[in-house]
Write a protein that binds this ligand. Structure first.
Ligand SMILES: [Zn+2]
Length: 109
């Protein structure tokens, strides 16, 4: 009620969120809840059909980008685990991030 997002507002938000990652030139904007067709600049082979609402709430709708994003997150986690286990000093002043399951390695050493 009241909050109506028009095309200009949507584009403004989308660009502030994704920059130039998506191409909006082909879309026909009807309403915030009506699916639009956009293209991911990096993966233009596949058109993205998504509502403006979901586009702004997710990683944008490109499945390839989502996969890349997930891989990067996973890589970052793996790399962190590698780095900590490669460190020679076992007594790092490392605050445990989660309450449970953090300190298996250090006890073994
Ligand atoms: Zn993409």
């Amino acid at each position: 009620m009241g909050l109506r997002i028009d095309e200009a507002t949507f584009l403004e938000r989308a660009i502030s969120r994704f920059g130039a990652r998506y191409d909006y030139s082909q879309m026909t904007y009807k309403s915030y809840r009506t699916p639009i067709k956009i293209r991911c600049v990096e993966h233009p082979v596949r058109e993205v059909v998504i509502t403006p609402e979901r586009h702004l709430q997710t990683t944008g709708g490109c499945k390839y980008c989502l996969r890349t994003y997930r891989n990067q997150t996973l890589e970052r986690v793996l790399r962190m685990e590698c780095e900590t286990s490669e460190l020679p000093a076992p007594l790092l002043p490392r605050a445990p991030q989660g309450a449970a399951g953090a300190g298996q390695k250090s006890e073994a050493v």
